[in-house]
Design a binder for this molecule. Structure first.
Ligand SMILES: [Ca+2]
Length: 149
């Protein structure tokens, strides 16, 4: 597991590149690594998201998702609800994962990227409202694996 982690945020609005941002690790002391229950859920090679902070689903399998591949639409249990993320990808062709605000296979619009091994126990720590950044909490709807953030 990488101790260092980062989230790169890329925004594209109406086809115009609006810039990107790299948020450094360690800026939020409260943001902790995946818990033992998160590790049990999120198998090696998977990207996972949870509805609540600290890798917590609502109950059972509702409110969390794990994907070995890309997904154009997360579905009702986690769409626009995710607060915790963990890229538990393994070394290979694709290791980073880009999360999109929209759905569909065009992979357009606003997105942020988690490098392999990176996590956010509470994405609100990464994107405070009012700081000129999109509020990434309860925001993601799809993702795809990419070769590099
Ligand atoms: Ca949430």
């Amino acid at each position: 597991m990488n101790k260092f982690r980062s989230v790169a945020i890329g925004l594209t609005v109406s086809g115009l590149a609006a810039g990107s941002m790299l948020l450094s690790a360690g800026q939020a002391a409260a943001d902790g690594p995946p818990t033992s229950s998160a590790k049990a859920w999120c198998w090696d090679g998977y990207f996972c998201a949870w509805k609540d902070a600290d890798y917590k689903p609502t109950s059972g399998e509702a409110g969390r998702g794990r994907w070995e591949g890309s997904d154009t639409n997360w579905g009702i249990d986690i769409n626009n609800k995710a607060t915790s993320f963990w890229n538990n990808g393994t070394a290979g062709t694709f290791g980073d994962v880009r999360v999109y605000n929209g759905t569909g296979s065009d992979w357009g619009g606003s997105s942020f990227c988690l490098t392999r091994g990176s996590w956010w126990s509470d994405i609100r720590q990464a994107a405070p409202e009012g700081a000129g950044r999109p509020d990434l909490n309860d925001w993601g709807s799809s993702h795809r694996w990419v070769s590099s953030c």
